[in-house]
Design a protein. Structure first.
Length: 115
């Protein structure tokens, strides 16, 4: 089982990034997928979640209207489009796959929002 995040980097406030999480080793289309983030000195928090079929999404209040989660089950990939980025969005972003009691985490990708 592997979840590999990519797309992180350094971006100026107000900018955009698109994170990707490529999955392998399990039936991706059967799993709900989530993006979490963890800033230095803070607990890991849920950013966005998408159902296995993609028909249902949920967002943290702090990112509503700015971030969009989506998935392509044919490509075994989940995305996080991040717009209007703020310095407080700086964190390591992780993807997570969940089906009942089964869960898998990626290794994370760093997002830094700074001028």
């Amino acid at each position: 089982v592997q979840l590999v995040e990519s797309g992180g980097g350094l971006v100026q406030p107000g900018g955009s990034l698109r994170l990707s999480c490529a999955a392998s080793g399990f039936t991706f289309s059967s799993y709900a997928m989530s993006w979490y983030r963890q800033a230095p000195g803070k607990e890991r928090e849920l950013v966005a979640r998408i159902s296995s079929g993609g028909g249902s999404t949920n967002y943290a209040d702090s990112v509503k209207g700015r971030f969009t989660i989506s998935r392509d089950n044919a490509k075994n990939t989940v995305y996080l489009q991040m717009n209007s980025l703020k310095p407080e969005d700086t964190a390591v972003y992780y993807c997570k796959a969940v089906m009942y009691s089964l869960q898998y985490w990626g290794q994370g990708t760093q997002v830094t929002v700074s001028s």
